[in-house]
Ligand binder design. Structure first.
Ligand SMILES: Cc1ncc(COP(=O)(O)O)c(C=O)c1O
Length: 432
């Protein structure tokens, strides 16, 4: 028999990176490898898993739905799992966000938000208002539009010619303050760059896109709530739409259902994915206000949003999302989250005393340390060493260069979480 196709693994260089580990089954926070190893999934499998692997309630909901109807085209049709999800989300999102457009993943949820913002103004007779503002250190996905609004990085470098031009303004990276101030005494002066841009050019700008309160892939950079509040105030003042990319932060990663809730901010558009299905199936969703959607409700057929993916509104993914939201309703999910946050805070406090630790950051269930190094950034030489070190000790952690973070499923027990922080502490003590 000829040899099988070789699976091309994401974010993996087959010449440099270790061979993939075959996982036979997964349960709770544990990945069980075919070779007998047990590995704690301390990154929720790329930030998607909320209630544990193989969660029986979500698994049963998908199986039950599969026996009834797996998928049906959403153009011109609807179905109960999608309608139920729209109803369930109503409870959690701001009343102004009235419309829900399904897509496939985080990147496509972002593409949809960007296209809705641009077409909103085009349909409203202002096609010149089409430019986008994004933050330095931002990451919004790997498709061409999402890559364009993401900051320049090793991920985007080969694709310079494919990225459309975007205005990029300071983010609130307090550890490396872009305007040279200190958080204790500053007044969020870093937002001044956005302010100036909007004063000069708002008549050309459709939207500002942000990862609210947490720039994740850019290095787990936690922003003060005041930064997001000021971005909201400025975009409202200048008639520019605010897109909150809650692809990671959504579904309680930051301690509230959405990061925007922590700042008391309502965006005009909100992107959701990752945890939406509890980590079982891919799904993206873009929510928008009645004001944004109003420009598409028109007698002019050219005002239609001509965008849709084959699996849009997939019934199995909707069933998984509904089951995940049911778990939020009737299990102590927010107690689990609070427990994680307390342990993160305690362990980060202890890690602060090490000279190798430059900064510690936390928001809700996400705890991170930024290690001091000459070569800060995703390609830091530290990264592969740390990754192997953690795996050898049974913890799946994927440092973002010199930033090590823990982002576990909410069902992690205190013992399991301490074990992860023990491994990180050991790395800080022995590798530096
Ligand atoms: C904030 C944010 N937006 C968008 C994306 C892209 O999501 P996906 O990988 O599902 O396309 C990510 C992925 O990490 C993300 O963190």
């Amino acid at each position: 028999m000829s040899s099988p196709l070789r699976i091309w693994h994401p974010f993996t260089n087959s010449a440099l990176d270790p061979a993939p580990i075959e996982i036979a089954r997964a349960e709770g926070v544990w990945l069980h490898a075919k070779d007998g190893r047990k590995i704690i999934d301390a990154v929720s499998s790329w930030w998607v898993n909320l209630h544990g692997h193989a969660n029986p309630r979500i698994a049963a909901a998908i199986a039950e739905q599969a026996r009834k109807m797996e998928h049906v085209i959403l153009a011109g049709f609807t179905h109960e799992p999608a309608e139920e999800l729209a109803t369930r989300l109503r409870k959690w999102v701001a009343p102004e966000l009235m419309h829900l457009f399904f897509s496939d993943d985080g990147s496509t949820a972002v593409e949809v938000a960007l296209k809705l913002a641009v077409q909103h103004f085009s349909n409203s007779g202002r096609p010149e208002k089409c430019e986008i503002v994004a933050l330095k250190h931002g990451y919004h996905g790997d498709t061409a539009g999402a890559m364009s609004v993401s900051d320049d990085s090793p991920f985007t470098d080969p694709f310079r010619t494919m990225r459309y031009p975007v205005h990029r303004v300071h983010s609130a990276y307090c550890y490396r303050c872009p305007v040279g101030l200190r958080r204790e005494t500053c007044h969020i002066e870093c937002v001044g760059e956005l302010q100036k841009l909007l004063e000069d050019r708002a008549d050309r700008i459709a939207a500002v896109i942000v990862e609210p309160l947490l720039q994740a892939a850019g290095g787990m950079i936690v922003h003060p709530v005041e930064f997001l509040q000021k971005v909201r105030a400025l975009s409202s003042k200048h008639g520019v739409l605010l897109i909150a990319d809650e692809v990671l932060t959504g579904f309680a990663r930051t301690g509230k259902m959405f990061a925007c809730d922590l700042a008391g901010v309502t965006p005009d558009l909100m992107c959701l994915s990752k945890g939406i299905t509890g980590g079982f199936l891919p799904m993206g969703a873009t929510l928008c206000s009645g004001h944004v959607a109003g420009a598409f409700h028109s007698e002019n057929r050219m005002h239609t949003f001509y965008h849709g993916h084959s699996y849009t509104g997939n019934a199995l993914a909707c069933a998984a999302a509904n089951a995940s939201l049911r778990i939020f309703d009737d299990e102590p999910v927010f107690d689990r989250i609070a427990r994680i946050a307390t342990i993160h805070a305690e362990r980060l406090e202890q890690l602060r005393k090490y000279a190798a630790v430059g900064d510690t950051r936390q928001i809700g269930t996400i705890g991170a340390i930024e290690l001091r190094t000459e070569d800060a950034g995703y390609l830091s030489a530290m990264r592969p060493k740390l990754y192997r070190f953690f795996l050898e000790r049974g913890a799946l952690l994927r440092p973002l260069g010199n930033v090590v973070y823990v982002l576990p499923p909410y069902v992690i027990s205190p013992d399991e979480l301490h074990r992860v922080w023990d491994v990180i502490t050991e790395a800080v003590e022995t590798l530096f």
